[in-house]
Structures are given as C-alpha cells and as structure tokens.
Design a binder for this molecule. Sequence first.
Ligand code: AVJ
Ligand code: FE
Length: 393
Amino acid sequence: MHARTETPPRGGVGGLLEALEEARERTLALVEGLNDDDLDRVHSRLMSPLAWDLGHIAAFEDLWLCRAAGGLELLRPDLARVYDADETPRAERGSLAYLHASEVRDYMAAVRERSLTILDGFDGDGALVELVLRHEQQHNETMLQTLRLAGVVQKRAPSPVVASPGPDMVRVEAGAFTMGSGPDGFAYDNEHPRHVVDLPAFEIDRLPVTVADWIEFMDAEGAEEPLHWNGTAPESRLPVMHVSWDEAAAYARFRGKRLPTEAEWEKAASWDPATGASYRYPWGEAAPSPALANLDQTAFGPAPAGAYPDGASPCGALGMVGDQWEWTGSEFAPYPGFRAHPYREYSEVFFGRGYRVLRGGSWATRPRVVDNRFRNWDLPQRRQIFAGFRCAA
Ligand code: AVJ
Ligand code: FE
C-alpha cells in the first residue's frame, strides 16, 4: 500500500502513520458485525448514529490532517457542517444528511488516501496528526457506549486474579504537587499549563466502589440500580459502572465521605512523596500494558476491584487508570493560564457549563489517549459513560 514500505516516515511523523492505520482497523472492527440499518439508526437520544461517528472521524481527519497540516482544500466541503459536533447536537444527528453506512466507508478511505499522500515525507506539525489519531480513538469509546445502549454486549474476558486485601482508604500527605501536562509531548489544551497545587492531607478509597457496595446503598437508601443492570446485578466484586455523578455524590454522602476533587484524584494517582515527582501513570512512567491496567477495549468490561496490584499508585490506590472512568467532584474548568489550542471547540466551549470531570479511563479507552493527567467530562446526570468512582474523606 502506497510508498510506505519503500519510504520510511520522516520528519515529525515517526510511527504515526502506522498508528493511524491501526486505529482505523480498530474502528472498522467495532462495527464489523453490524448491518447498515444498525449503523444508520439512532439508538439513543444521547448518542449519534454510528455512521455519523464514522463520517465525523473522517471529516475531522480531513479538516486537521489534510487541510490544517497538509494545506489541501476539504475533500467534501458540503459535509463540514453535518459533521461539526458543535453545530449539531447529538439528539438531532439522526435527521442530518450524514453519509449512511452504504457510503461512509468509501469517504473514510478517500480521506485516508489523501492523508497518506501528505504524510509521505511530511515535515509539518506532528501534533495535528496526533490530534487526529486520538480523536478517532476517543470516538471508538463513544461508539462502544452507543453499542452498549443498542444492546450489543460482547462477552467479557475472564477476570484476572484479585489483589491481596488492604485498608479501605489510603492517605495522601499534605504538600505541593505538580498538576497537568508539561511542555514535552502531546497533551490537550485543558491539561496545560502545568502548575503547582498545594493540598491538605486527605484519604482516598484504595479501590473503586463495587457492585456489592452499591447494592448496600440501594437497600439502605432506595437508590436506583445503575443503567444496564435490567434487574440483574453484575458480579459483586466488579467496580460499579453506569452511575451518574449525582448518584455517585449521593453514595459518598451515604458513606460519610465525598467525591475527590480533580486535584486530589491526580495527586493520589501520580504524586510520589519519596521523590516529589508526579508520574505519568499510577505505576510510574512505563507505557500501559495488560499486566498494569485494563485498557484497550479487549476485555469488554472492568476487572474486579483490586486486580492489577502492579498498577498501584505511590499512595497504594489500585485501579486508578483503566477498568472504569472515575467521577471527581470537580466541575470542568480551565487551569490558571489556560489557552485554547488548536481549536476552541475541544475544551473551552465546555467550561463553566456544569460538566463534571472524569479521570482514569476505562476498559473501552485506548491506551494512547489516557494517563493521570487526561481530563474527560460529562454532565452530572449522565450514565452512559463507562464510569464509576471512588470516595475521599
Ligand atoms: C473528551 C470525550 C468529552 O466526546 O465530547 C471527540 C472528545 N472531542 N470529538 C467528546 C471529543 C471532539 C470529547 N470528550
Ligand atoms: Fe469528535
């Protein structure tokens, strides 16, 4: 395919070309078994039709790789509005003239042809290519949420062995830590600038709240069952998922606790009191692997709370990255000195609108798009995300 075997990628794109191809294989694999009607249909008012996600992935690539990084005109300027997430709320996407399943794969391939031409010998802005790659991978998780709402449930991988017991909560000492992403490497605008945050000491749950914990809450307080249970609770040791921020906050009050702030979460995940450093992952700087965290969409569900003892953070918290996102108590807001880059619609338009921050990624998150500093967000009533939580005190 193309000149990529004869001409190794040069400039700022080493490895990105292969990563784009791998991401596309995953995207297409997610929808492989579905018929056109399943792709074109609105499964939930909260989500886009899957065919819209596919077209939007390609339109984003055309916009940021072919046009912004490569200097080309858009391949299909007529589609720009249809795939502009900001102009078209999810609930209305079913009635847009988006490309349906029968045409959308051709559009994706046509954009990709252009991208490969641009990337051959590319010496432009590699960060834009990374943006495009991560955008596709983020939409993979959105698509998995849609598939779950559509009732497509893949068989879960067998659960790994659960770690040895430990205290319910672990302590994080008072002191300053560095929060956010530094200037090196790719990071979203909302993770910048890196800044020092001084926090009083606090305690945080060693493990995420489990299904068994949630059932106690339901029995004692009449709390609702999470989305997707349909009267049948998952295995009791699993982290509870598909609860809203509102419900998570109510659970924390029931236990006499609270949700951790975003800064507390990041400090508990990254800060090593022995060195004063903030690591990129709970276990340190090593890239995620299947022994360290449940990421990458292959398990089709979380592992029991306390699995992955090698993925512990310096304070001893387990499962902070992977398995399920974790709601924090914080509203999505800019860090001091924030500057929108490269486009306002990624983060800035969501600030100050009541969105709550989630951290840590889920089994449905591709490893490239999550670390201790990555900030996700959604509205406090939403339950479709693969999200649970842990408490602080
Ligand atoms: C970071 C997951 C909240 O899905 O709205 C996708 C990611 N931004 N396309 C979202 C995103 C533009 C974003 N989240
Ligand atoms: Fe998008």
